[in-house]
Write a protein that binds this ligand. Sequence first.
Ligand code: ADP
Length: 319
Amino acid sequence: MKVIGILTSGGDAPGMNPAIRAVVRTALANGLRVKGIRNGYDGLMKGDIYEMNVSSVADIIHKGGTILGTARSLEFKELEGRKRGAQILRDYGIEGLIVIGGDGSFKGAKGLSDLGINTIAIPGTIDNDMNYTDYTIGFFTAIETVIDAIGKLRDTSSSHGRAIVIEVMGRNCGDIALYAGLAGGAESIIVPEHEFSMDEIITKVERGKKRGKLHHLITLAEGVGNPYKIAEELEEKTGVETKVTVLGHVQRGGTPAAPDRLLGTTMGARAVELLLEGKTNLAIGYSNGKLIEEDIEVAIQEKSKFKEELYELANNLSQ
Ligand code: ADP
């Protein structure tokens, strides 16, 4: 193998840049050439491909987002599109590919592997919604952003004696709401993995009110419930003024937190090693303190890793 390619795909995540840097520099150190593919599979279909060198990844380890850009490609979802993509890779002499992205990007990576392009996938998504790995790149930075917001909202809700519903990302996976809720001391956590009970939330707020509690923070994973309806009902039933904050895309940005830089860096280097060993169709993950590899199709089918014990702990601590 002499030339490898790298692309970032799907939603961006802080820590993708450290991963790109590690891929490029590990590859160059091993005598490989590296082609950067801009804007994910969409850029591949357009041949938006350039030669990367040591300087291409200088001064990016601390930057959020992805210097390669990311975009969605409908054409690539079809077999005909992927065949054309594989041919473009061959035309550029690219024999191995590293894809950084989420679930959808992994399916595309497997598709290319099936077409004879050695492909390794790295999990980059803030949602942490990939069950074969304890953590995905970007998750810890997103939690830091949410905790920072929770702290600020706690200040102002305490001043006014208010409740606040904070909607965070994680449509299919409640990890951001859970981890940030636990670390930020939220009183209630609403996640897709559990039915939520409005009565329980109301009881907690009333109990808190009786003992003079000045704030009540609720983290809500987007899509599980309408934050405005929850706030309205809570205010109506408890008499506690309730506000809503939807954090949205701020959770996607920011300088990558230390765990995301370390995950990106170690996974990026490992991906190159796997290509050098002639491996394909593998997803790199992190489990029990070390890097692991799993067949991509197995990786995307793993059952939910939702941490029930953390959910229970959060409930116990917020009585
Ligand atoms: P993420 O990787 O964050 O889950 P998407 O689901 O948008 O983001 O996927 C990113 C890209 O991966 C899509 O634009 C598409 O080109 C490709 N992709 C998604 N699903 C598939 C699939 N089932 N087969 C092949 N390629 C896919």
